[in-house]
Design a protein around this ligand. Structure first.
Ligand code: PMP
Length: 305
């Protein structure tokens, strides 16, 4: 990925993509304390727009706060940086990756005395779990790895270090021939995917784990709450067991990268009809209308670049 044309915003400057480098003694590289965001921009009839930009920037600042890092830019500057990166790289639709990390002034577990950095990159990225998965649904495996307990690395921070857990779970699932992992919390209840929140549907009601199961407070998750309300569907946040997923009528993952991806199988057990369910399809379609600017009720969620 490093060998590309384009620009990356780094600490207030537009830097050539190939020159956007850090030192090997960067604190975050050694100890894993940093935070990032995943954001998408869509090509709408009114031009390219970033979806729920302010919410993503708020979460980035909250993640940094939880990790005791002080981002040396304002939220407005970070919002502007994201718009500028999309414009500068002439991207019509893309994924954006803001990242804040601790510098290389000194090592040792205490980060005190180090500079806090921020960068924003953007590139074209299609369906995260595959175009076919979007239509047919994906195959998921319950992970042998447990999701972080809420009092370990802090689950409401989109912390760099939390993703070792995601990587292990995802690699295990892929090595076993599945598309993605489902992680359980330390009490054995359903938490979330390696990079997605999960929803299950039973008898017309939508269920999703409450955040005490250690799942990230996903912005797409919140978008689905709005969509369900518009569609007159009830959403219940509660503890969910893996066998409740086995006997669900439908299930889907949500995430900025994954968008709304149906789940057709968990642990080789077919869910419902074994393909994308009708309620999932309605939610997916409403989601794409909103992000692509086809639902004027949500125009305020689209920040023109
Ligand atoms: N959980 C995890 C672990 C994630 O990495 C993501 C992706 N950011 C999500 C949930 C979904 O969050 P969002 O909808 O805000 O992208």
């Amino acid at each position: 990925m490093a060998d590309r044309d384009g620009k990356i915003w780094m600490d207030g400057q537009m830097v050539d993509w190939r020159d956007a480098k850090i030192h090997v003694l960067t604190h975050t590289l050694h100890y894993g304390c940093g935070a990032f965001e995943g954001v998408r921009a869509y090509h709408t009839a009114n031009g390219t727009a970033i979806f729920r930009l302010e919410e993503h920037t708020d979460r980035l600042f909250n993640s940094a706060k939880i990790l005791r890092m002080k981002i040396p830019f304002t939220k407005e500057e970070v919002n502007e940086a994201q718009k500028a990166v999309v414009r500068e790289n002439k991207l019509e639709s893309c994924y954006l990756r803001p990242l804040t990390w601790i510098g290389s002034q000194k090592l040792g577990v205490s980060p005190k005395g180090n500079q806090i950095h921020l960068m924003v990159a953007a590139w074209a990225w299609g369906a995260y779990l595959g175009e076919e998965g979007m239509k047919r649904g994906i195959r998921v495996k319950t992970s042998s790895y447990t999701r972080h307990h809420v009092n370990i690395t802090m689950t409401q921070a989109k912390a760099v270090s939390n993703y070792t857990n995601s990587i292990l779970a995802n690699m295990e699932a892929l090595d076993d021939g599945y598309d993605e992992a489902l992680l359980l919390d330390s009490s054995g209840f359903v938490s979330e995917g390696a990079g997605e929140n999960i929803f299950v549907i039973k008898n017309g009601v939508i269920y999703t784990p409450d955040l005490s199961a250690g799942a990230l407070n996903g912005i797409t998750r919140n978008t689905v709450f709005h969509i369900a309300k518009d569609l007159g569907l009830e959403i219940v946040q509660k503890r969910i067991t893996r066998d409740e997923v086995y006997i669900a009528d439908e299930a889907f993952f949500t995430g900025t990268a994954a968008e709304v991806t149906p789940i057709r199988e968990l642990d080789r057990i077919e869910l419902g009809s074994g393909s994308r369910g009708p309620i999932t399809e309605k939610i997916q379609s409403a989601f794409f209308d909103i992000v692509n600017g086809r639902n004027s009720n949500y125009a305020h969620w689209l920040a023109k670049v």
